[in-house]
Structure formats: structure tokens, C-alpha cells
Design a protein around this ligand. Sequence first.
Ligand SMILES: NC(=O)c1ccc[n+]([C@@H]2O[C@H](COP(=O)([O-])OP(=O)(O)OC[C@H]3O[C@@H](n4cnc5c(N)ncnc54)[C@H](OP(=O)(O)O)[C@@H]3O)[C@@H](O)[C@H]2O)c1
Length: 261
Amino acid sequence: MSTVAFLGLGHMGSRMAARLVAAGHEVTTWNRTPRRLAGARAATTPADAVAGAEFVLTMLTGPEAVEAVLFGDDGAAPAMTPHAVLVELSTIGPRAVAAIAARLPCPVVDAPVGGSIDRAEAGELIVLAGGAESDVDRVAPVLAALGDVRRTGGSGSAAAAKLVLNAAMVGGLALLGEVRELAAALGVDPEPLLGTGPLAMVAARAGATGVHFGTELAVKDLDLAIRHGDRLPLLAAARDRADTQPTGQDAGALADPRSTR
Ligand SMILES: NC(=O)c1ccc[n+]([C@@H]2O[C@H](COP(=O)([O-])OP(=O)(O)OC[C@H]3O[C@@H](n4cnc5c(N)ncnc54)[C@H](OP(=O)(O)O)[C@@H]3O)[C@@H](O)[C@H]2O)c1
């Protein structure tokens, strides 16, 4: 069993850290807003949390939060040794992964996840994993407690793949909202068509219960994606649509044409 520091106990992190405790790892947690997790030690700062940890896992909002937690006041980075591995689970994109890797004394594995809080709780996430093969080998037994580990290649490849997946999901949800609007204008009941049509998986996600992916996270992911291409106007429009949603609402609301702030 491994010594793990887990930084970020939000919707996803709280459930993922609980999986690591249940798997028998020695877990120390830290969250900006103090929060306790049964079976884990709660540290008062990121630096305190990572002292002596073999694996440091971050599950935070986005690049700015990861920057603050690693390199800000009482940040984790100076307290990490070359023998540790940072496992970056948040969705932050490949550029942020590269920027972090260049400044840390230890290897970095980017391991963003697919699936929401229901699958996090069940340990059934898809865990994409990018990095040197030997580093991914080291962290794979820990990540296995979170779900199905899928290697994507070198450093940053998982972060890149995750942006593509989320662009498809959030873009699809926004398109589904417009398709429903069109159906209403034409007097067509779209639901029987959508259940088996080209947007079937997106429609299933839109109607899913037990999930929570905030629309502010959808905006963040499309902002990260759009930086990588200058011919992505549809994703930019989906981003703007997500930005009209009430904060804290699940991104599935994008598929409801009447949902706006
Ligand atoms: N929710 C999903 O379905 C889902 C699925 C796959 C991937 N993801 C990705 O996973 C990550 C976490 O998602 P989530 O749903 O768990 O988000 P969340 O519930 O909003 O949690 C965000 C976490 O980041 C912390 N944080 C934010 N800004 C910070 C800062 N400046 N300094 C320190 N800590 C900060 C928050 O601390 P406080 O508690 O103090 O606010 C909280 O622990 C995101 O990158 C998201 O895109 C989410």
C-alpha cells in the first residue's frame, strides 16, 4: 500500500480520495475549505500534506487552482522530493501539464478522468494516463482504485485527449439544445428520435441522474480547448452558451433550450 497525498476534496476529489482510503492506502488530504475525510489525515497546508508522500494527487478546478496549490503560499512543490510522483487528475490541458512538469523536482503523470460523481464513488472512472511508461507503471496500482486505467502515451497526451472528449460532450450538449429548439419549432417530438439517433449518447448524458459537472467547468474546458485551434467557432459558441447557465448547474442543462441564467 502507498502513502498518498490527495489535494482537492470537491465533488470528484472527495469521492476519489474515499476510494483510495477504502483500498487501504495511507491517505493525507488537503482542501482549501477545510474538510475531513473518514480514514484520512487532514493536513493544514498543501506543503504539510505532501511531506513524505510517495504519490501526490491533485483534483482541482483548473490550471489556476493547480498553480496556486503547487506553487502558491505553503504550496506543495517545495515540499516534494524527486522520489515522489505528481498525478494530475484535474482537467487542465497539455500546456499546463508541461508548465508544471518543467518546475517540479519529480515526475508528473497527467491522469484526467472520464465519468462523473456516480462513477467516482463506485471506482468506475475511466482514468486516462499520460507520462513516461515507468512513471505510469508506478502510479497504475493506485489509479486502479479509481477505475479503468488507459494509457494514452507520453506526458500531456492524457490531458490533450481529455480536452477532445469534453469538447465532444459539451459541444454535443449545446447542439442537442438547439436540435430540441428546432423540433419544437417544427412541432416534432424529438425524444423518440434522439434516443437512437446520432446524438443518442449525448441525450443519455443530458438526462443522466447522479452526476454533477458544473457548467462553469464546461466553460473552463472549452476555453482550454479553444486555445488549441483558430477554426473552432462551434466550440466557441458552445462555450458562450455554457456561460449563460446558472453557476453550479449540471452541464446537462445545456441540452435544455429554455435553460439560461
Ligand atoms: N464533476 C465532474 O463530473 C468531473 C468529471 C471529470 C473531470 N472533472 C474535472 O475534475 C476537476 C474537479 O472537478 P469537481 O467537479 O470536483 O470540481 P469542484 O467540485 O468545483 O471542486 C473543485 C476543487 O478545487 C478547489 N479549488 C478551486 N480553486 C482553488 C484554488 N484557487 N486554490 C485551492 N483550491 C482550489 C476547491 O476547493 P474549495 O472546496 O475550497 O472550493 C475544490 O476542492 C475539474 O478539473 C473538472 O473539470 C470533473
